[in-house]
Design a protein around this ligand. Structure first.
Ligand code: MG
Length: 295
């Protein structure tokens, strides 16, 4: 199943995406966060709504719907206001580590998974403009798979990681390389407002292969700049969940960006940073695509 959040006159609403239709979830779920927190009973109800919609049944019995055309909906990030910072993994694909080492004079693979976070206010949805706020000459992109936690937990062993996943979406880990460098820490250069395009929807874990082997691409103005596959992660999703949750409780709805591959703007010679007027599109097979203009 696919879950999105869209704009209505009365505020944001969570919905199911079924084909080219959007089916608002029952009003007792004011947000996708609230839906995810209800766990398996909520998912079972959503499955019944999808089945009813597909057989042409009335959805009013579920207090869901009516369905509306997806093309007419203004989608926001599926989790537009995360309760906590977006967790992120750095340096998780060998070729991206190598291009970073060449550009920034670092070296090697670390012994532990590298974590940082992006501020909640950086999260935006499909179509929202990305801007450097006049603070950067080195605005860059990073196409990444985002994992959304379903059941929370602490000290989750990798063998049980799958049970704690709700689903997946796409994140563009927008980065101001010069701020990242000058502040000597990744948080500031990756947390400006609008620096975390997320979406367009969450695909539940049952819809994708396990272990994950998803082709991903990032395009700027239609030109492919990044190509990667999630099977090339150095720390795979179970390892990330095991390491992050060690002594740190993960909550339902937490978002974990799993790192990017080669082809970032900084790694081109000369570098190819984002400019106003560009259109950035991150794609992951089996999920969809997330497109944002640069303003
Ligand atoms: Mg990243």
């Amino acid at each position: 199943m696919r879950f999105a959040t869209y704009e209505t006159a009365a505020g944001l609403r969570p919905a199911l995406v079924v084909g080219d239709a959007l089916i608002p979830l029952p009003s007792r779920y004011p947000s996708l966060l609230a839906f995810i927190a209800q766990g398996e009973p909520a998912l079972a109800e959503a499955r019944r709504i999808v089945a009813a919609y597909r057989s042409g049944d009335d959805l009013r019995g579920f207090e869901a719907g009516p369905a509306l055309p997806l093309a007419e909906a203004r989608l926001r990030a599926p989790i537009p206001e995360p309760r906590r910072n977006v967790f992120c993994v750095g340096r998780n694909y060998r070729e991206h580590i190598e291009e970073g080492d060449r550009a920034f004079g670092r070296e090697g693979v670390s012994e532990a998974c590298i974590f940082f976070t992006k501020a909640t206010g950086s999260v935006v949805g499909p179509g929202a403009p990305i801007t450097g706020h006049g603070l950067t000459d080195e605005l860059d992109y990073e196409c990444e798979l985002a994992v959304v936690i379903g059941r929370g937990g602490r000290d989750i062993p990798r063998a049980q990681a799958f049970e704690h996943i709700f689903g997946y979406t796409i994140v563009n880990d927008v980065t101001a390389r010069d701020l990242q460098r000058s502040h000597r820490q990744w948080f500031k250069g990756k947390s400006l407002d609008g620096f975390c395009p997320l979406g367009p929807w969450i695909v539940t874990k049952d819809e994708l292969p396990w272990p994950l082997a998803l082709d991903m691409r990032l395009l700027v103005n239609g030109e492919v700049r990044q190509r990667l596959n999630t099977r090339d992660m150095l720390w795979d999703v179970p390892a990330i969940i095991e390491s992050l949750s060690a002594g740190l409780t993960l909550e339902p709805g937490d978002v974990i960006a799993t790192g990017t591959g080669p082809g970032c703007g900084f790694a081109y010679e000369p570098p190819r940073f984002l400019r106003p007027g560009d259109v950035v599109r991150a794609e992951i097979d089996g999920i969809g695509w997330l497109e944002n203009p640069v303003a």
